[in-house]
Design a binder for this molecule. Structure first.
Ligand SMILES: NC(=O)c1ccc[n+]([C@@H]2O[C@H](COP(=O)([O-])OP(=O)(O)OC[C@H]3O[C@@H](n4cnc5c(N)ncnc54)[C@H](OP(=O)(O)O)[C@@H]3O)[C@@H](O)[C@H]2O)c1
Length: 423
């Protein structure tokens, strides 16, 4: 049976980081390195003593993961890429849903969040060998970047250094939730994080404005430019409602929104999650169980004038959230905005602007990626961001199917399961 316990930091976090020995895992000479790009510089070639590693393979849809020991260690293909020895892989709700869909081909390696030590990086890289980093791996079509393996590729502009004062395990679980939250608020809704007085961040709309249009993937271009309009942007003092505020992504969205001066209504199971949401700065709590009452409360709180909402649960709750919005076009020509992280309503209002998060901007734009991870480093360093609650498991990749079963059963509600690969 899998040993699972709620994570309690019994040792100081700096001690925790010291227990990870860079020397122990530094790779040795690799006999036959393979590279996707033959022009790769000599300095950035991974020098590994072996060519294969342990990885969790999904061999067929709807099957359990299989632990294999002969999966190829991924190769660096350009100067922007780094090789990370994975210390922690993170399992979240959608990892187990990925059993069934969203897999580019089979067999496949999944896993979107990891923390590890950089074992190979070009000298020009923003992170260096030996750095402990967290990596939100949003580029799910690149199997080399998956988290459920011992070594993973990342780009240096997608890796954030974890300060010694922070837990590596909890930091590992921040990744994709942070990226989704920051892009949803900062790009789609145009929130300027430079107003975040406790820890000023980027104005991502300005970063986007300066990008060469052709470098933005065509399918997310409109979404990336949607936050540029001055009249449509969400501003400090505006209300925003988050349905699914107790999800890991919701906790981060709430915190980033509060840092930048928004007033936040959180829809969640208040008996279960209310205390934490208050701690994180929620301005109003609305219980999720009586949905029509929840809609009425949000309308009452905002006097029917709500203009911004984010759903983190699904199409049905996005449809409910849509009912809370003031969908009249204002005199200045501005609209109400609804962003769905997991789905949008089927029947839509003609005056509401609908958004999906342009997640791939993080890994396709070095400028955006770098600004986001730099701010994440500042947030971690300053302690301005409270980290997600996690459940920590030992036993490495071999225990993963049992961990995923916990997620499927709902035992780990709203928490990430962090699997230790170190040691
Ligand atoms: N598009 C993207 O790029 C992107 C990126 C990040 C996340 N997402 C999506 O965002 C969603 C959340 O992910 P996550 O990992 O942050 O979630 P999570 O941490 O696993 O949180 C799940 C929580 O949602 C709450 N919940 C369930 N039904 C709800 C409802 N009807 N109303 C309000 N809350 C409800 C549950 O809390 P209780 O049962 O305790 O109330 C549950 O604990 C996922 O569907 C994920 O796919 C998408």
């Amino acid at each position: 049976m899998t040993a699972v316990s709620t994570y309690a930091p019994l040792v100081t976090l700096s001690e925790k980081q010291q227990t990870i020995s860079y020397q122990e895992i530094y790779p040795e000479q690799r006999s036959e390195p393979t590279f996707a790009n033959p022009n790769v510089q000599e300095e950035i070639r991974p020098q590994l003593g072996r060519a294969t590693q342990r990885a969790l393979l999904l061999k067929a849809a709807r099957e359990q993961y299989t632990l294999v020991t002969d999966h190829a260690i991924p190769s660096i293909s350009n100067k922007d890429e780094i090789l990370v020895k994975v210390l922690q892989s993170v399992f979240q709700g959608w990892t187990c849903r990925a059993f069934n869909f969203g897999i580019p081909s089979l067999p496949w390696v999944n896993g979107r969040d990891l923390a590890g030590v950089v074992v190979k990086a070009d000298r020009s890289s923003r992170v260096q060998e030996g750095d402990i980093v967290l990596v939100p791996s949003t580029d799910y079509r690149d199997i080399r970047k998956a988290a459920f393996q011992e070594y993973a590729i990342a780009t240096h502009f997608n890796a954030a250094r974890i300060p010694p004062t922070q837990s590596i395990h909890a930091s590992a679980s921040l990744g994709v939730a942070y990226v989704a939250s920051a892009l949803a608020l900062g790009v789609s809704l145009g929130l300027d994080f430079s107003h975040a007085s406790a820890c000023p961040g980027p104005d991502l709309t300005e970063v986007v404005r300066q990008l060469d249009t052709d470098t933005i993937p065509a399918d997310i271009r409109d979404e990336c430019y949607s936050g540029l309009s001055k009249i449509e942007k969400v501003k400090p003092g505006d209300w925003i409602a988050i349905w699914g505020a107790s999800t890991t992504t919701g906790y981060i969205t709430l915190q980033l929104a509060k840092l930048a001066g928004l007033k936040v209504i959180c829809v969640a199971d208040i008996a279960r999650h209310g205390a934490r949401l208050v701690d994180l700065g929620a301005d109003a709590l609305v219980d999720r169980h009586d949905t029509q009452r929840a809609v009425d409360i949000i309308k009452g709180l905002t006097k029917g004038k709500l203009r911004y909402a984010i759903d983190i649960v699904g199409k049905d709750t996005a449809t409910l959230l849509q009912q809370t919005l003031d969908d009249a076009v204002r005199e200045d020509g501005s609209h109400a905005h609804l962003l769905g992280l997991t789905g949008l309503p089927k029947d839509r209002g003609s005056n509401v602007i609908y958004h999906t998060v342009p997640i791939k901007l993080f890994h396709t734009s070095p400028q955006v990626g770098e600004r986001m991870v730099s701010w994440l480093e500042d947030l971690l360093h300053s302690g301005a961001l409270q980290l997600p609650e996690i459940i920590r498991t030992d036993g490495g990749l071999g225990n993963v199917n049992a961990s995923l079963e916990l997620l499927r059963q709902g035992t780990a509600s709203g928490k990430r399961i962090v699997v230790d690969l170190a040691g």
